[in-house]
Ligand binder design. Structure first.
Ligand SMILES: Cc1cc2nc3c(=O)[nH]c(=O)nc-3n(C[C@H](O)[C@H](O)[C@H](O)COP(=O)(O)OP(=O)(O)OC[C@H]3O[C@@H](n4cnc5c(N)ncnc54)[C@H](O)[C@@H]3O)c2cc1C
Length: 433
């Protein structure tokens, strides 16, 4: 059994127990730790942020609907009562398999008996020149705050130009999946709100919110009828939809399309897809699977390993013999729970079992009273029913009772008084990570 060279805060009684190190406190890592809490193991979660982020609501932070603290929760607080779970606030640089050691970015090593890689994914820029430098992804709380600053600052710039030469604002959202759809709808609402309620002197005809995708329709995992509904609803909200259109370059304040058009922009919001390439997980295995996701066996143990496991977005979690699970929160949570069970079985000398994903359906919201929910059997709900289902589910999975309560109060408040919202430009967000 390994001893920790440097561990998280664990209680002395647990020091001699097998040490499970989890890299990443997202949906998957938290699920693993919950499954191991108060069991006969010592657990250390390592995360570069000291909080868990509820990624599905980041777009509401970016569009000034929610405060950052409402979608994040300190990891230490989640496990405050579990004496065998510790936390280490650090970025992991690499894994030394030969020594069963995790190497931290700013020095220090942590040894493990079992390691779980739950480092998630990151924005995929597909090698498009300038995209990683100038486009704004939405993958962390810092991204959301940075984007909120950019959006609000651009609107203030437009107001300031009203007396001289009024400027035009183009906001381009790249990617017509749930994140792109949700963000463009919310941004369009934000713009209408600041013009009507905050007295910004902006000519609405000079502001464009454009959603661009290479695919011929929005929300491709949903049936065509649902995609058409989303398009109609967004257009009603003033969003321009450009399908079958590809971006070839992003500049500091401009975007260039394959058809040669170059457009000046206030912001390019990048929601075009995710990848595990370029994340720490990518280097954990000599030849990872598609999208840099770690190749795992049916029990979620890394191929060619006895004691390293991978879960959530970082892992190529098998759906069946030929396909992989989508990179979604329910997959992350279910794979995390399964992994915890398998680690305990392994420690007890029992054989492991294969992971099986239980599809809970998918959903996307478009705006107030407009959302789509597709149930596992294929039934689709849209409109108010879909929207209520979306609200309920997101509240249910939000970590922390206080956050649930605050978000519920805010949503209810805004239902009756839509323009309320934290429209704050917080200067330090440009540099925060
Ligand atoms: C904007 C957005 C909206 C989404 N909306 C939905 C939705 O509506 N429904 C849905 O089902 N799914 C949605 N998803 C996908 C869902 O959020 C992911 O599938 C899920 O978060 C994956 O969980 P995870 O634990 O694998 O990774 P993550 O939640 O990404 O967590 C990874 C953790 O690892 C940490 N980490 C990474 N690298 C290191 C390192 N080197 N050292 C230390 N720590 C590290 C990170 O800080 C992070 O806390 C959305 C994703 C995004 C980005």
């Amino acid at each position: 059994m390994a001893t920790s060279l440097e561990s998280g805060a664990v209680f002395p009684d647990y020091v001699d127990l097998p040490h499970v190190v989890i890299i990443g406190g997202g949906f998957a890592g938290i699920a693993v730790a919950r499954g191991l809490a108060n069991k006969n193991v010592r657990v250390t979660i390592i995360d570069k942020h000291n909080f868990h982020t509820f990624l599905p609501l980041l777009y509401q932070v970016a569009t000034a609907m929610l405060e950052p603290a409402e979608v994040a929760y300190p990891i230490r607080t989640i496990f405050g009562k579990a004496k065998n779970v510790g936390f280490r606030h650090a970025q992991v640089r690499e894994v030394d398999h030969a020594r069963s050691v995790v190497v931290l970015e700013h020095g220090g090593e942590i040894t493990f008996d079992h390691l779980v890689v739950a480092t998630g994914a990151t924005a995929a820029f597909f090698g498009i020149p300038g995209a990683s430098q100038f486009a704004m992804p939405l993958y962390s709380l810092a991204d959301a705050r940075r984007l909120r600053n950019r959006l609000l600052t651009s609107l203030e710039e437009a107001d300031a130009s009203a007396d001289t030469t009024p400027i035009s604002l183009n906001f381009i959202i790249v990617g017509g999946g749930p994140t792109g759809v949700e963000t463009s709808g919310a941004l369009s609402e934000l713009i209408k709100t600041v013009i009507k309620r905050d007295g910004l002197r902006i000519d609405p005809t000079r502001v464009r919110v454009m959603l661009v995708d290479l695919a011929p329709r929005l929300l491709t995992p949903f049936p065509e009828k649902a995609s058409a509904y989303a398009k109609r609803e967004l257009e009603k909200m003033g969003v321009e939809i450009e399908l079958g259109r590809s971006v070839v370059e992003v500049e500091e304040r401009a975007i260039r399309f394959a058809d040669g058009e170059r457009m000046k922009v206030a912001a390019v919001i990048w929601a075009a897809g995710v990848t595990a390439s370029g994340t720490m997980a990518h280097d954990v295995q000599p030849s990872p699977g598609p999208g840099g996701r770690l190749r795992v066996m049916p029990d979620l143990r890394l191929v060619e390993s006895n004691n390293v496991w991978a879960v959530g977005d970082a892992a190529a979690v098998p759906l069946d013999e030929t396909s992989l699970c989508p990179q979604l929160a329910p997959v992350a949570m279910q794979s995390g729970r399964h992994c915890a069970e398998q680690i305990l079985r392994t420690i007890d000398g029992k054989p492991t079992t294969s992971f099986r994903y239980r599809n809970k359906g998918i959903m996307a919201t478009i705006g107030r009273h407009a959302a789509i929910a597709k149930l596992p059997g294929g039934t689709v709900f849209k409109g108010t029913t879909g929207w209520l289902a979306w609200l309920g589910l997101h509240l249910w999975y939000l970590v922390g009772f206080r956050n649930r309560l605050r978000v519920m109060i805010n949503w209810t408040w805004r239902y009756f008084d839509w323009p309320s919202g934290p429209r704050l430009i917080v200067a330090d967000a440009e540099t925060a990570e």
